[in-house]
Design a protein around this ligand. Structure first.
Ligand code: MN
Length: 231
C-alpha cells in the first residue's frame, strides 16, 4: 500500500519541561464565553455555549522562551487578537459530566484565536459559516502545554494580552460564562472528544486589531506565556 499523495505531518505541541509532544487531533473553539466580550460583540448575558472549529494545522507552535511569527493573513483589513486559555484533552469520551471533566484533561496552554474580524462580521451578517474569519492558516498560535499537575489553579488565573507593553486584554478565567468543566460537558455531548483535541475556551473583552510589526505578549498565570509577532 502506498499513499497517492504524501500524508501530512502530525501537528504537535511541546509539553513544557520535557522532550515529549502533544499530537493535535482537532481544535474546538468556544464563542463569546466571557460576559464583557459578549457585550463588546453586541450580545448580552449567558446564552448556551456554541462552538466552531479550526483545522489542526492552523496551529503555530511557539516554543518556551521564544517569539513566534505569523504572516498578516490575506483578504482582511481587521486582524484581531483573542487571547485564550487552551485545554488539551488527554482522554477522550462522549457525554462527559462536568464533574468528571477534570479526568479527561492532560494540560493547559496559552493560545491566540486570531480572527479576520471584518470577514467574520460579513459572514455573520449574511448568516454564513465563520470559517473564512476564524479557520484560516496560522490562526491558532499556541505556547507549550503545561501538564495539569503543574499548572496551578487555572480556573482562577489571570489572563492578559499586551501589544507593545500596553494592556489590550486583562481578565480572569473565573469570569468564563461556561467553565472549563461545563464546556467539556457541552462539547462532548455534540462530538466524541479524542485524545489530542485542543479546546480554545474563549476570550475576555478588549479584542482589537493588530498590524504587521506588532508583537503580542499573552499569558495565563501559572502557564508559559506566549509571544507572537505579526509579519
Ligand atoms: Mn475566540
Amino acid at each position: 500500500m502506498s499513499f497517492v499523495v504524501t500524508p501530512p505531518a502530525t501537528v504537535s505541541v511541546p509539553v513544557l519541561g520535557t522532550t515529549d509532544r502533544f499530537p493535535v487531533h482537532r481544535i474546538y473553539c468556544v464563542g463569546r464565553n466571557y460576559e464583557e466580550h459578549a457585550k463588546e460583540m453586541g450580545f448580552t448575558g449567558r446564552e448556551p455555549p456554541f462552538f466552531f472549529l479550526k483545522p489542526a494545522d492552523a496551529v503555530v507552535v511557539v516554543d518556551a522562551g521564544t517569539t513566534g511569527a505569523i504572516p498578516y493573513p490575506s483578504l482582511t483589513k481587521n486582524l484581531h487578537h483573542e487571547i485564550e486559555l487552551v485545554v488539551a484533552i488527554g482522554t477522550g469520551g462522549r457525554n462527559i459530566a462536568a464533574g468528571d471533566a477534570e479526568k479527561h484533561i492532560f494540560g493547559y496552554a496559552v493560545g491566540l484565536d486570531m480572527t479576520r474580524r471584518d470577514l467574520q462580521n460579513e459572514m455573520k451578517k449574511q448568516g454564513r459559516p465563520w470559517s473564512i474569519g476564524k479557520a484560516f492558516d496560522h490562526s491558532a498560535p499556541i505556547g507549550p502545554i503545561t501538564p495539569k499537575a503543574q499548572a496551578g489553579d487555572v480556573n482562577n488565573a489571570e489572563i492578559y494580552l499586551q501589544v507593545g507593553n500596553q494592556d489590550r486584554q486583562r481578565s480572569n478565567v473565573s469570569k468564563l460564562i461556561w467553565s472549563i468543566a461545563e464546556t467539556i460537558e457541552h462539547l462532548s455531548a455534540a462530538w466524541e472528544l479524542q485524545p489530542g483535541d485542543l479546546i480554545y475556551t474563549g476570550t475576555p473583552e478588549g479584542v482589537a486589531a493588530v498590524v504587521a510589526g506588532d508583537t503580542m505578549v499573552g499569558g495565563v498565570s501559572g502557564l508559559e506565556p506566549l509571544t507572537v509577532t505579526v509579519e
